[in-house]
Design a protein around this ligand. Sequence first.
Ligand SMILES: O=P(O)(O)OC[C@H]1O[C@H](O)[C@H](O)[C@@H](O)[C@@H]1O
Length: 565
Amino acid sequence: MTWQETMATWQAATLPTDLASELATLNENQQEEAFYQDLKFGTAGMRGLLGVGPNRMNIFTVRKVTEALARYIDSLGAAAQQAGVAISYDSRHYSPVFAKEAGRVLSQHGIKVYLFSSLRPTPELSFAVRNLKTAAGIMITASHNPKEYNGYKVYGPDGGQMAPEAVKVIVDQLADLNPFTVAVDAADTTIQIIDDDIDQKYLAAMKKVSVNQKLIDQEGAKLKLVYSPLHGTGQYIGELALKQAGFTNYTIVKEQAVIDGDFPTVAKPNPEEKEALSLAIKYATEEGADLVVASDPDADRLGAAVRLADGSFKVLSGNQIAAILVNYLLTAKAETKTLPTNGAIVTSIVSSRFAPTVAKNFGVTTFDVLTGFKYIAETIERFERDQDHEFLFGFEESFGYLVKPFAHDKDAIQALVLFAEVAAYYKSQNMTVADGLAALYAKYGYFAENTLSLTFEGIHGADEMAQVMANLRHDHPTHFGGLAVVKAEDFDSGLVTDVKTNTISKLTQPQANVLKYWLADGSWVAARPSGTEPKLKLYTGVVGESQVLADKKLATIEADLKALV
Ligand SMILES: O=P(O)(O)OC[C@H]1O[C@H](O)[C@H](O)[C@@H](O)[C@@H]1O
């Protein structure tokens, strides 16, 4: 079907007034963008702009994908239908509507549904799937994206985001489905509302995250922290988790504790962006706080800023937060002689080597997976099955961390509780977290990383991005910042070239559109199209003998990288 034909089917259908009036006002470009394709599954499920058309998030695209999920569950048999599906949602526009709509499609199939009574974090949904032993889970969220977006994350029975092979079974059905004929059960027959019981169980599990309760009992109340849920799901459970762990001296940023899908106090509700922490830092400056923490709307990412000696705040990167958490966890385990000999941390191929270097010093192995927390969850599953490694920590540079695998997705609430403990620890030593970080740099080397995100919007944007990747593949760069490329990894072909010996071997990760180049001194560069936003992401990671030298190296490598695209 051409996009015009697809659009005609939408024009002929009975649409709710908001979608009908939007459809009537689209110009030709907008029409093409909205109708030329179905929303695709990316790094974290289906994500897109809210609006009319198959390439947008609306009740019809939600019904259609849920119908495909329902058929998949039907195909697994009666036990899976009875095990059912847990559904949660965040504070975005239409999130509760889409969650209910998904529940009704499943109910129509006689599939049991556990629907949260109000918004809950992504990691709590993951926990609910595991706790209720459901066959699947759905989280309605576009995570940290701007307010114009929403999305649909699908979970498997292990509580991890469904792996690509399982998603493919669902996606393959989509082509034959008519969004306008998907039946829904208006009587909500199989829908059971869940809330407090799961909250309590999730909070009970959260107690396992704290390492040194004695330290928290002594120092927890002295640590002054400011927390912002950025208008999202962390607002309720985040505060409870902090209190329960023993951190009572906190301020919640009140403007950002208001549940609001417009995220009116920030440009983007993304802790990756320093600006998202500005208001919390203002509070912290006024109150003389030690620490600022902020979770994104579905509370799977956590950003942090720490107080410096002069009273100003330094915003940390996801890689720095991970290294600080890993060092604290492993030090505590080593001190209490509970560090397993087969301990492992799991991270992504575009994350810093800082935390892995710390881990190595403790005899802990690092596993590198593709971008997407589902791959970390998959690795945890494998450890549990093969009993060959004990999972100690998982993280991605994009501010996602997991301490305890009672959730199988990144968990900002866990990170919040653990990071508060780390800050309390340093405070007990008359140090700031920034001092702690400086000590890690002095010991392990000055790691520096940056991600350049270039926006390529719309149909043509996707083509341009593909062209940049094709160009890089065609003319393999030989140097960045004067450093020779010694190894070139292409995760699309699954091959790695050792430039010196000109030998080719196989990569262990699955296929993905990623290129990574290792440089002569251990620095690295990677390029990949984002799977959640219309962006090309260019990553650089270096280690230097001082902060100044590391930053300089990073800048020269990045300059060459920019010139290439
Ligand atoms: O780089 P992207 O494909 O946009 O993904 C960035 C991040 O998006 C989501 O938050 C996923 O859950 C993460 O696993 C991923 O790292």
